[in-house]
Design a protein around this ligand. Structure first.
Ligand SMILES: C[S@@+](CC[C@H](N)C(=O)[O-])C[C@H]1O[C@@H](n2cnc3c(N)ncnc32)[C@H](O)[C@@H]1O
Length: 228
């Protein structure tokens, strides 16, 4: 069955943009850091093609289109309800944004940058994730950038608990109790996997990136990737 945000997060797509900021408290900070990095790594005065994998309601694609006025953005997502919201949100960009109802596990369009935000953690199988990272590397032109904003959690021990506790603490100002936060983690674990940072960087390196990098980190959230 295709992934559905309504089923997975138990929320209406219309409410997604508000609720995701409560459930992923690092969301806004990640977006700011993501766009700052993209602006530094991709010339804003040149035409470029940017892929947004698992782009959902189009918030990241919108930020990319605003940050890089000459960029064209492709949103890849399997959930038509999310893409419908993205179409509405991004209508003012006209043909600069394209909407592909397609899995990001497929071979990708040749491009200058690949971005994603809290989407690739839906790939639980590491071999499948490695294959997606290889497709990303293959699609990028030389000098192209991969910037994945997501979550990484230590495999075990004190650091794993610290990471989840940090997440719980960050949710508290948004009105979620510890019990509610931990119930969410247990429910999401059926469909999500947040590999440790070292595993992520290994997969990025094995995909072909010479210098896998963690560009930004606020445990448990991060932006990782590389430059081809
Ligand atoms: C948590 S949402 C994140 C949406 C958006 N990137 C954001 O920052 O708000 C994850 C998105 O990934 C999409 N998704 C999950 N598996 C996918 C796949 N195999 N191919 C494409 N999209 C997928 C879901 O439909 C959903 O829209």
């Amino acid at each position: 069955m295709a992934h559905s945000v309504e089923g997975h997060l138990k929320l209406n797509v219309a409410d997604y943009d508000k609720l995701i900021r409560q459930l992923v408290p690092g969301y806004a900070a990640m977006r700011t850091a993501h766009m700052a990095l993209l602006k530094k790594l991709l010339p804003a005065d040149r035409r470029s093609v940017v892929l947004d994998l698992g782009g959902g309601t189009g918030a990241l694609a919108e930020a990319v289109a605003e940050t890089l006025p000459l960029a064209e953005v492709e949103i890849w997502d399997t959930d038509p309800a999310m893409l419908a919201v993205a179409r509405e949100r991004c209508a003012r960009f006209g043909g600069r944004i394209r909407y592909l109802e397609r899995s990001f596990a497929n071979p990708l369009t040749p491009c200058d940058a690949v971005v994603a935000c809290i989407a690739l953690h839906h790939v639980k199988d590491l071999a499948a994730k490695g294959s997606i990272y290889r497709n990303i590397f293959a699609a990028l032109r030389p000098g192209g950038v991969f910037l994945n904003a997501d979550t990484a959690i230590a495999a075990g021990g004190a650091l794993r608990e610290f990471s989840y506790q940090e997440w719980v603490n960050a949710m508290a100002p948004h009105g979620l109790t510890e019990a509610q936060a931990r119930a969410h983690f247990a429910s999401w674990a059926h469909e999500d996997y947040y590999p440790p940072l070292a595993t992520e960087l290994r997969l990025v390196g094995e995909a072909g990136f010479a210098d896998p990098e963690c560009f930004w980190r606020e445990i448990p959230f991060l932006i990782l990737g590389g430059i081809k």
